[in-house]
Design a protein around this ligand. Structure first.
Ligand code: FEO
Ligand code: CA
Ligand code: CA
Length: 686
């Protein structure tokens, strides 16, 4: 008997996702108690006393600089966002360079809807064979062996890397976040999954690498099957733990007494691409795969005390924490993959901390050290950055590459604390702008731990370095990090250096004993989310201070509680639940959504971040019924999106599909990657 959660017509689970999505993707994170019950303060409070004396002095110094300089200084090059004096845009042909297309209207069509004059193709679907020997997809006769050579389920993050020496080809890397058993297996019984079904699910999780061929004169892409770089990594492939927590007592298990080799990666949501040619992959809602949690630290990560949804613990005891209490400590990391070396073992980089990693986006300091920005996607959790102490080596020599594969093992991990500059009384929880006209303020990056060649040092009183890395959420609690509205993807602008943080929503903000609205999270019962913009001091991403302001407060532009960087609201598209973000070659920010609460399907939007059209947001596409838009990549000639969990509507199943995408009636619904391009062959949006 299927035991679906009741359909919630008021969408009281965060965002507009179906209960089925909540159940399979996040282990019903929004139905559980908020895991962050720490008493730390929020925006507007003073720096917490739990910091070490040195950190307090340093943080105080930064705050002083921030307030003396004022956030206006850090954001100084942006013209005031005033409605008057703006050009009157013609949405058909006008817009910032890169965003000149006719916006797609909100809709609920069971298809990928693109602007007039644009075309699309499905690049690759769940189950398409990519490795030598893998059979053609047959959903009625699927096997774990077949799945391990085929494209995985529920594509999320995408990266496209150049493939020098092969004409018009690129390397596509994809995350396969989670499986949706009721949409994969006819007659699936959630109380009694079979071993074969479980092993198919293991093989459908993980990462995929597949070379794609560009069609001449269009943005069309097709998969090159059996290319030597094509690869699948699954829930059973070996991964190496590296950095300060590798080998630690907390990550040793009976199968791996050395604490250095983990089988599998799970719930890879979004990620990033490094300047040295590797990809990063966040392990997000890993908690849901484990059964029988008993410790307080497990509780902080939302691991359940009973059976898991998918019952994997029946088939491999490592998923039963009663038997292997440390196995869950080996998930929740950022994975680094070298897609150009199909023999390489991917690494879990423990110096970047353990939490529900949404994504990990790097950039370099002026002196060549990587800085990686990361969000922990949970209501009232934090966002972080890691600053490496090692410089990237340029060039393609073997020695340079080997060196660059160690960059993420040494450096300092920080968590963000934000302070608003408006009186707390002016932040009333409705989204009404305070009297200074902006939700803004200053922030500090609070150091948690530093990993070096001789070992790691904790900066958190009462926690060892090993504990800071494995229980990073608790370290954030102790130092008084700011509780945010679900930090998702974070992306630095290659054009301006500013950093954009997507905060999806938080239906629990201000509810019951949960923290109320603050200047960075200004709406109670926040259904639509917001995007935060950071400017780091002296343009130095390694510095420990920043100025911040809200760039977008999402929702229906007719709703007074929305804000589009001051751009006239009658000229923007409605948007709800910003999730993944990416920059196009012109410096515009592209935003995909997850859980639209305005009655439309999810979509992809572009918005100018600088110049006189800053804040002009336009919708580029919508996705089919039940789907979320993921992994956006915007190149000159194409826009690539991952259509994740199409048809994932409560009550839907293989027998009773809610969507017929991508192959039409009578064919199983399949998550897939879609490329969109201009029919006339010109660049996107120019
Ligand atoms: Fe997998 Fe936070 O979305
Ligand atoms: Ca303010
Ligand atoms: Ca996401």
């Amino acid at each position: 008997m299927r035991n679906l959660l009741p359909m919630l017509s008021n969408h009281s689970h965060g965002g507009g996702r179906s209960a089925m999505t909540c159940r399979f993707r996040c282990g019903d994170a929004c139905f559980q108690e908020v895991p962050n019950t720490s008493a730390n303060e929020y925006v507007g409070d003073v720096i917490a006393g739990a910091l070490s004396r040195r950190s307090v002095m340093r943080a105080a110094a930064v705050v002083t600089v921030a307030s003396a300089a004022g956030s206006a200084l850090a954001f100084g090059d942006v013209p005031a966002a005033e409605a008057h004096g703006r050009p009157k845009p013609n949405p058909k042909t006008d817009g910032a360079r890169g965003l000149r297309f006719q916006p797609v209207a909100p809709n609920t069509a069971d298809q990928v809807t693109v602007p007039a004059g644009y075309e699309q193709n499905v690049v690759i679907r769940w189950g398409e064979p990519i490795l030598r020997g893998a059979p053609a997809f047959d959903p009625e006769k699927q096997t774990a062996k077949a799945q391990a050579g085929q494209f995985g389920y529920n594509n999320d993050f995408l990266s496209l890397l150049p493939l020098p020496g092969e004409h018009h080809r690129q390397v596509l890397v994809a995350n396969h976040e989670y499986t949706d058993e009721v949409l994969m297996f006819r007659g699936y019984d959630p109380e009694n999954p079979t071993r074969e079904q479980v092993e198919i699910a293991w093989a459908a999780h993980g990462l995929g690498v597949v070379v794609v061929q560009e069609e001449h004169r269009s943005g069309k892409l097709t998969a090159v099957t059996r290319h030597r770089l094509n690869r699948r990594l699954t829930a059973t492939s070996p991964f190496e733990l590296t950095g300060p927590a590798a080998g630690a007592a907390l990550v040793r298990t009976s199968a791996d007494p050395a604490g250095r080799t983990v089988l599998g990666t799970l719930n890879n949501c979004s990620g990033g691409t490094t300047p040295w040619g590797t990809t990063l992959h966040g392990e997000e809602n890993f908690n849901q795969y484990f059964a029988n949690a008993s410790s307080a630290t497990d509780k902080r990560y939302g691991i359940g005390t009973g059976a898991s949804e998918r019952k994997w613990e029946r088939f491999d005891k490592r998923f039963d924490l009663k038997q292997e209490p440390n196995e869950a400590h080996r998930f929740g990391w950022v994975v680094e993959l070298d897609p150009y070396d199909p023999e390489s073992t991917p690494r879990k980089r423990t110096a970047l901390g353990r939490f529900k990693h949404e994504a990990a986006q790097p950039r370099l300091t002026a002196d060549g050290r990587p800085v990686v920005y990361m969000g922990d996607d949970e209501r009232f959790d934090y966002f972080y950055k890691f600053v490496s102490s090692k410089k990237m080596k340029k060039g393609s020599s073997r020695a340079a590459h080997a060196h660059n594969l160690t960059l993420l093992d040494e450096g300092t991990l920080y968590v963000a604390k934000l302070t608003g500059d408006s009186p707390a009384a002016e932040i009333d929880g409705t989204g009404k702008l305070p009297s200074d006209g902006e939700f803004d303020g200053s922030g500090v990056w609070i150091p948690l731990a530093t990993a070096g060649p001789a070992g790691a040092v904790s900066h958190v009183p009462g926690m060892t370095a090993e504990e800071v890395y494995v229980f990073t959420r608790l370290a954030g609690d102790k130092v008084g990090a700011t509780k945010m509205d679900r930090p998702e993807d974070i992306e630095p602008s290659p054009r301006t250096g500013r950093v954009y943080v997507a905060l999806t929503n938080n239906s629990n903000r201000g509810k019951g004993t949960n923290p109320a609205a603050d200047e960075a999270n200004p709406r109670n019962l926040n259904k639509h989310g917001q995007i935060l913009e950071l400017a780091e001091h002296w343009d130095d991403p390694a510095s420990d201070g920043f100025a911040w302001r809200l760039f977008l407060v999402a929702g229906d532009p007719n709703d007074p509680a929305t804000y589009f960087a001051g751009f006239p609201k009658e000229k923007v598209s409605p948007i709800s639940c910003p999730d993944n973000v990416a920059f196009d070659p012109h410096g515009n920010l592209w935003i995909s959504t997850d859980g639209n609460q305005l009655g439309s399907h999810d979509g992809l939007f572009g918005v100018a971040t600088h110049g006189e059209r800053r804040g002009e947001l336009k919708q580029f596409l919508t996705v089919p019924t039940g789907a979320e838009t993921c992994g956006p990549i915007v190149q000159d000639r194409r826009v690539l999106v991952a259509v994740q969990h199409p048809g994932e509507i409560d009550g839907a199943s293989v027998e009773k599909p809610a969507s017929v995408w991508p192959d039409g009636p009578g064919r199983i619904v399949r998550p897939a990657v879609v490329s969109v391009w201009r029919a006339d062959g010109r660049d996107i949006g120019v």
